[in-house]
Design a protein around this ligand. Structure first.
Ligand SMILES: [Zn+2]
Length: 320
Protein backbone atom coordinates (compact mmCIF):
# COMPACT_ATOMS: atom_id res chain seq x y z
CA UNK A 1 0.00 0.00 0.00
CA UNK A 2 1.30 3.46 -0.86
CA UNK A 3 2.00 5.61 2.20
CA UNK A 4 1.27 9.27 2.87
CA UNK A 5 1.87 11.66 5.72
CA UNK A 6 -0.75 14.33 6.33
CA UNK A 7 0.94 17.68 6.76
CA UNK A 8 -0.74 20.76 8.21
CA UNK A 9 0.74 24.23 8.06
CA UNK A 10 -1.36 26.51 10.28
CA UNK A 11 -1.18 30.18 9.40
CA UNK A 12 -2.76 33.32 10.81
CA UNK A 13 -4.68 33.94 7.56
CA UNK A 14 -4.82 30.57 5.79
CA UNK A 15 -4.06 27.01 6.79
CA UNK A 16 -2.87 24.36 4.37
CA UNK A 17 -3.23 20.60 4.70
CA UNK A 18 -1.80 18.06 2.27
CA UNK A 19 -1.27 14.37 1.65
CA UNK A 20 2.44 13.98 0.94
CA UNK A 21 4.51 10.94 -0.02
CA UNK A 22 7.61 9.76 1.83
CA UNK A 23 9.80 11.40 -0.82
CA UNK A 24 8.13 14.80 -0.47
CA UNK A 25 5.65 14.73 -3.34
CA UNK A 26 2.30 16.47 -2.74
CA UNK A 27 -0.66 14.35 -3.90
CA UNK A 28 -3.44 16.59 -2.65
CA UNK A 29 -3.45 20.04 -1.09
CA UNK A 30 -6.29 22.03 0.48
CA UNK A 31 -6.15 25.67 1.60
CA UNK A 32 -8.73 27.23 3.93
CA UNK A 33 -9.14 30.42 5.94
CA UNK A 34 -8.06 30.19 9.58
CA UNK A 35 -10.47 31.76 12.11
CA UNK A 36 -7.39 32.84 14.06
CA UNK A 37 -9.00 35.56 16.17
CA UNK A 38 -11.83 33.26 17.38
CA UNK A 39 -12.13 31.04 20.47
CA UNK A 40 -9.90 27.94 20.66
CA UNK A 41 -12.82 25.52 20.07
CA UNK A 42 -13.68 27.24 16.76
CA UNK A 43 -10.03 27.19 15.67
CA UNK A 44 -9.73 23.50 16.61
CA UNK A 45 -12.91 22.67 14.69
CA UNK A 46 -11.55 24.32 11.53
CA UNK A 47 -8.23 22.44 11.89
CA UNK A 48 -10.03 19.13 12.48
CA UNK A 49 -12.31 19.69 9.46
CA UNK A 50 -9.32 20.43 7.24
CA UNK A 51 -7.41 17.37 8.45
CA UNK A 52 -10.50 15.16 8.02
CA UNK A 53 -10.89 16.38 4.43
CA UNK A 54 -7.36 15.24 3.55
CA UNK A 55 -7.78 12.05 5.59
CA UNK A 56 -10.96 11.09 3.67
CA UNK A 57 -9.30 11.93 0.35
CA UNK A 58 -6.29 9.73 1.23
CA UNK A 59 -8.43 6.80 2.37
CA UNK A 60 -10.58 7.01 -0.77
CA UNK A 61 -7.41 6.80 -2.86
CA UNK A 62 -6.37 3.78 -0.78
CA UNK A 63 -3.30 5.37 0.75
CA UNK A 64 -2.01 4.21 4.10
CA UNK A 65 -1.86 7.25 6.43
CA UNK A 66 1.34 7.06 8.48
CA UNK A 67 0.54 10.04 10.70
CA UNK A 68 -0.12 13.75 10.98
CA UNK A 69 2.66 16.36 11.12
CA UNK A 70 1.91 19.93 12.21
CA UNK A 71 3.78 23.16 11.56
CA UNK A 72 2.69 25.69 14.19
CA UNK A 73 3.22 29.45 13.89
CA UNK A 74 4.60 30.23 17.33
CA UNK A 75 5.88 28.67 20.50
CA UNK A 76 4.41 25.39 21.72
CA UNK A 77 6.07 23.90 24.79
CA UNK A 78 7.50 20.55 23.67
CA UNK A 79 7.33 19.16 27.20
CA UNK A 80 3.56 19.75 27.55
CA UNK A 81 2.09 20.43 24.08
CA UNK A 82 0.60 23.66 25.46
CA UNK A 83 0.60 26.94 23.51
CA UNK A 84 3.03 29.45 25.01
CA UNK A 85 2.41 32.03 22.31
CA UNK A 86 0.85 31.96 18.84
CA UNK A 87 1.18 35.64 17.86
CA UNK A 88 -1.76 35.70 15.43
CA UNK A 89 -4.05 33.66 17.68
CA UNK A 90 -4.73 35.92 20.69
CA UNK A 91 -7.12 33.51 22.45
CA UNK A 92 -4.92 30.40 22.23
CA UNK A 93 -2.41 31.20 24.99
CA UNK A 94 -2.24 28.32 27.48
CA UNK A 95 -4.39 26.05 25.29
CA UNK A 96 -3.39 22.33 25.21
CA UNK A 97 -3.56 22.15 21.40
CA UNK A 98 -1.79 18.80 21.02
CA UNK A 99 -3.90 16.90 23.61
CA UNK A 100 -7.03 18.41 22.04
CA UNK A 101 -6.13 17.22 18.52
CA UNK A 102 -5.30 13.75 19.84
CA UNK A 103 -8.98 13.39 20.84
CA UNK A 104 -9.94 13.46 17.16
CA UNK A 105 -7.22 11.39 15.50
CA UNK A 106 -5.62 8.11 16.52
CA UNK A 107 -2.69 8.51 14.11
CA UNK A 108 0.83 9.32 15.17
CA UNK A 109 0.88 13.11 15.75
CA UNK A 110 4.09 15.15 15.55
CA UNK A 111 4.68 18.89 15.53
CA UNK A 112 7.31 21.56 15.05
CA UNK A 113 7.40 25.32 14.83
CA UNK A 114 6.46 26.30 11.24
CA UNK A 115 9.92 27.66 10.40
CA UNK A 116 11.50 24.42 11.65
CA UNK A 117 9.05 22.46 9.49
CA UNK A 118 10.07 24.57 6.47
CA UNK A 119 13.74 23.98 7.27
CA UNK A 120 13.15 20.22 7.37
CA UNK A 121 11.32 20.38 4.02
CA UNK A 122 14.26 22.17 2.40
CA UNK A 123 16.81 19.92 4.15
CA UNK A 124 15.13 16.69 3.12
CA UNK A 125 13.88 17.60 -0.37
CA UNK A 126 14.94 21.13 -1.35
CA UNK A 127 17.81 23.61 -1.49
CA UNK A 128 19.46 22.21 1.65
CA UNK A 129 19.43 18.56 0.64
CA UNK A 130 22.44 16.79 2.14
CA UNK A 131 23.69 19.89 4.01
CA UNK A 132 23.74 19.03 7.74
CA UNK A 133 24.42 22.55 8.99
CA UNK A 134 22.06 25.23 7.77
CA UNK A 135 19.91 28.13 8.90
CA UNK A 136 16.52 29.17 7.50
CA UNK A 137 14.56 32.39 7.56
CA UNK A 138 10.89 32.54 6.61
CA UNK A 139 9.98 36.09 5.68
CA UNK A 140 6.28 36.90 5.96
CA UNK A 141 4.15 39.12 8.16
CA UNK A 142 6.73 38.17 10.79
CA UNK A 143 10.11 36.46 10.48
CA UNK A 144 10.54 32.82 11.47
CA UNK A 145 13.85 31.11 11.93
CA UNK A 146 15.31 27.65 12.41
CA UNK A 147 18.78 26.24 12.92
CA UNK A 148 20.06 22.80 11.91
CA UNK A 149 23.40 21.65 13.37
CA UNK A 150 24.92 18.24 12.59
CA UNK A 151 21.65 17.22 10.93
CA UNK A 152 19.61 17.99 14.06
CA UNK A 153 17.25 20.87 14.72
CA UNK A 154 18.38 23.16 17.48
CA UNK A 155 15.42 23.06 19.89
CA UNK A 156 16.45 23.92 23.45
CA UNK A 157 14.73 22.52 26.58
CA UNK A 158 11.19 23.66 25.63
CA UNK A 159 11.64 23.72 21.86
CA UNK A 160 11.75 27.54 21.65
CA UNK A 161 15.19 27.87 20.03
CA UNK A 162 15.72 29.52 16.65
CA UNK A 163 13.58 32.66 17.04
CA UNK A 164 15.83 34.53 14.62
CA UNK A 165 13.20 37.18 13.93
CA UNK A 166 13.71 38.53 17.43
CA UNK A 167 17.45 39.13 17.33
CA UNK A 168 17.86 42.73 18.50
CA UNK A 169 19.72 44.66 15.80
CA UNK A 170 18.93 48.24 16.79
CA UNK A 171 18.10 48.90 20.45
CA UNK A 172 16.21 52.09 19.56
CA UNK A 173 14.70 50.74 16.37
CA UNK A 174 11.04 50.29 15.42
CA UNK A 175 8.63 48.52 17.77
CA UNK A 176 8.30 44.76 17.16
CA UNK A 177 5.19 42.61 17.62
CA UNK A 178 6.97 40.95 20.57
CA UNK A 179 7.02 44.24 22.49
CA UNK A 180 10.74 44.95 22.08
CA UNK A 181 12.42 47.45 19.79
CA UNK A 182 14.67 46.92 16.81
CA UNK A 183 14.19 43.18 16.26
CA UNK A 184 15.09 41.81 12.82
CA UNK A 185 11.36 41.17 12.29
CA UNK A 186 10.60 44.87 12.84
CA UNK A 187 13.04 45.83 10.05
CA UNK A 188 12.86 43.13 7.38
CA UNK A 189 9.45 41.40 7.45
CA UNK A 190 6.72 42.07 4.87
CA UNK A 191 4.97 44.37 7.31
CA UNK A 192 8.24 46.22 8.02
CA UNK A 193 8.80 46.74 4.28
CA UNK A 194 5.36 48.32 3.86
CA UNK A 195 5.78 50.46 6.97
CA UNK A 196 9.21 51.65 5.82
CA UNK A 197 7.96 52.44 2.30
CA UNK A 198 5.17 54.60 3.76
CA UNK A 199 7.62 56.37 6.08
CA UNK A 200 9.96 57.33 3.25
CA UNK A 201 7.03 58.37 1.02
CA UNK A 202 5.77 60.70 3.76
CA UNK A 203 9.21 62.34 3.98
CA UNK A 204 8.52 63.42 0.40
CA UNK A 205 12.17 63.50 -0.68
CA UNK A 206 12.17 60.73 -3.28
CA UNK A 207 9.76 60.67 -6.21
CA UNK A 208 8.12 57.25 -6.37
CA UNK A 209 5.58 55.27 -8.38
CA UNK A 210 4.30 53.92 -5.05
CA UNK A 211 2.51 57.24 -4.42
CA UNK A 212 0.20 56.37 -7.33
CA UNK A 213 -1.08 53.33 -5.41
CA UNK A 214 -1.79 55.38 -2.32
CA UNK A 215 -3.48 58.14 -4.38
CA UNK A 216 -5.76 55.50 -5.95
CA UNK A 217 -6.62 54.35 -2.42
CA UNK A 218 -4.91 50.95 -2.91
CA UNK A 219 -3.16 49.27 -0.01
CA UNK A 220 0.57 48.76 -0.45
CA UNK A 221 2.03 45.33 0.18
CA UNK A 222 5.55 43.92 0.04
CA UNK A 223 5.07 42.36 -3.43
CA UNK A 224 3.95 45.67 -4.93
CA UNK A 225 7.04 47.34 -3.44
CA UNK A 226 9.20 44.53 -4.91
CA UNK A 227 7.53 44.84 -8.31
CA UNK A 228 8.14 48.60 -8.44
CA UNK A 229 11.71 48.18 -7.18
CA UNK A 230 12.41 45.72 -9.99
CA UNK A 231 10.97 48.24 -12.49
CA UNK A 232 13.55 50.76 -11.26
CA UNK A 233 11.68 52.76 -8.61
CA UNK A 234 14.37 54.27 -6.38
CA UNK A 235 12.33 54.50 -3.20
CA UNK A 236 11.15 50.90 -3.48
CA UNK A 237 14.74 49.82 -4.14
CA UNK A 238 15.94 51.68 -1.05
CA UNK A 239 13.36 49.88 1.10
CA UNK A 240 14.48 46.44 -0.12
CA UNK A 241 18.13 47.38 0.18
CA UNK A 242 17.60 48.31 3.82
CA UNK A 243 15.72 45.07 4.54
CA UNK A 244 18.46 43.07 2.78
CA UNK A 245 21.12 44.80 4.87
CA UNK A 246 19.38 44.00 8.14
CA UNK A 247 19.10 40.36 7.12
CA UNK A 248 22.76 40.37 6.08
CA UNK A 249 23.80 41.74 9.48
CA UNK A 250 21.91 38.91 11.18
CA UNK A 251 23.38 36.32 8.79
CA UNK A 252 26.95 37.57 9.35
CA UNK A 253 26.54 37.23 13.14
CA UNK A 254 24.90 33.81 12.86
CA UNK A 255 27.70 32.60 10.59
CA UNK A 256 30.20 33.71 13.26
CA UNK A 257 28.28 31.96 16.04
CA UNK A 258 27.42 28.67 14.32
CA UNK A 259 29.98 28.33 11.50
CA UNK A 260 27.05 27.47 9.22
CA UNK A 261 27.75 27.94 5.49
CA UNK A 262 24.27 27.71 4.00
CA UNK A 263 21.47 30.19 4.71
CA UNK A 264 18.07 29.65 3.10
CA UNK A 265 15.52 32.39 2.74
CA UNK A 266 11.84 31.68 2.05
CA UNK A 267 8.46 33.37 2.19
CA UNK A 268 6.85 35.79 -0.24
CA UNK A 269 9.54 38.47 0.09
CA UNK A 270 12.26 36.06 -1.08
CA UNK A 271 10.71 36.32 -4.56
CA UNK A 272 11.94 39.93 -4.78
CA UNK A 273 15.24 38.57 -6.14
CA UNK A 274 18.58 40.42 -6.39
CA UNK A 275 17.23 43.70 -4.97
CA UNK A 276 16.97 41.83 -1.65
CA UNK A 277 19.69 39.19 -1.99
CA UNK A 278 22.57 41.38 -3.21
CA UNK A 279 22.63 43.76 -0.20
CA UNK A 280 22.07 40.74 2.06
CA UNK A 281 25.09 38.94 0.63
CA UNK A 282 27.31 42.06 0.73
CA UNK A 283 26.44 42.80 4.33
CA UNK A 284 26.81 39.18 5.52
CA UNK A 285 30.26 39.09 3.90
CA UNK A 286 31.25 42.33 5.67
CA UNK A 287 30.07 41.17 9.10
CA UNK A 288 31.38 37.61 9.12
CA UNK A 289 34.92 36.90 10.23
CA UNK A 290 37.73 36.04 7.81
CA UNK A 291 37.81 32.29 7.28
CA UNK A 292 34.02 32.18 7.65
CA UNK A 293 32.86 34.88 5.22
CA UNK A 294 34.08 33.23 2.00
CA UNK A 295 32.06 30.12 2.72
CA UNK A 296 28.68 31.79 3.21
CA UNK A 297 26.02 30.90 0.67
CA UNK A 298 22.58 32.53 0.72
CA UNK A 299 19.87 30.88 -1.37
CA UNK A 300 16.14 31.04 -1.89
CA UNK A 301 13.93 28.10 -0.85
CA UNK A 302 13.60 25.55 -3.63
CA UNK A 303 10.18 24.29 -2.49
CA UNK A 304 8.79 27.82 -2.23
CA UNK A 305 5.60 28.13 -0.25
CA UNK A 306 5.28 24.32 0.01
CA UNK A 307 8.43 23.94 2.16
CA UNK A 308 6.41 24.12 5.39
CA UNK A 309 3.73 21.63 4.44
CA UNK A 310 6.23 19.16 2.95
CA UNK A 311 8.46 19.46 6.03
CA UNK A 312 5.49 19.06 8.41
CA UNK A 313 4.31 15.89 6.67
CA UNK A 314 7.85 14.49 6.64
CA UNK A 315 7.84 14.52 10.47
CA UNK A 316 5.86 11.28 10.47
CA UNK A 317 8.40 9.43 8.32
CA UNK A 318 11.51 10.34 10.33
CA UNK A 319 12.30 9.54 13.96
CA UNK A 320 14.27 12.56 15.13
ZN1 LIG B 1 10.67 41.01 18.34
Amino acid sequence: MRKVGIGLDIGGTNSVAAAVSEDGKIFKKEIRRTPSKKEPRIIIKSIVDLLRFIKEWSLNKRFEIVGIGLGLPGLIDFTTGVVEILPNFPKMKGFPIIDELKKYFSYKLRYENDASAALLGEYRFGAGKGVDDLICFTLGTGIGGAVLIDGKLLRGPEGFAGELGHITLDPDGPLCGCGNRGCLEASASASAIVRRAKEIISEGKIKTSLSNYLERGEELNASIVAQEANKGDLLAQKVYEEAGKWLGIAIGSLANIFNVHLFLVGGGIANAGDILFNPMKDEAFKRALPGIRDKIEIKKFKLGEDAGIIGASSLVFFND
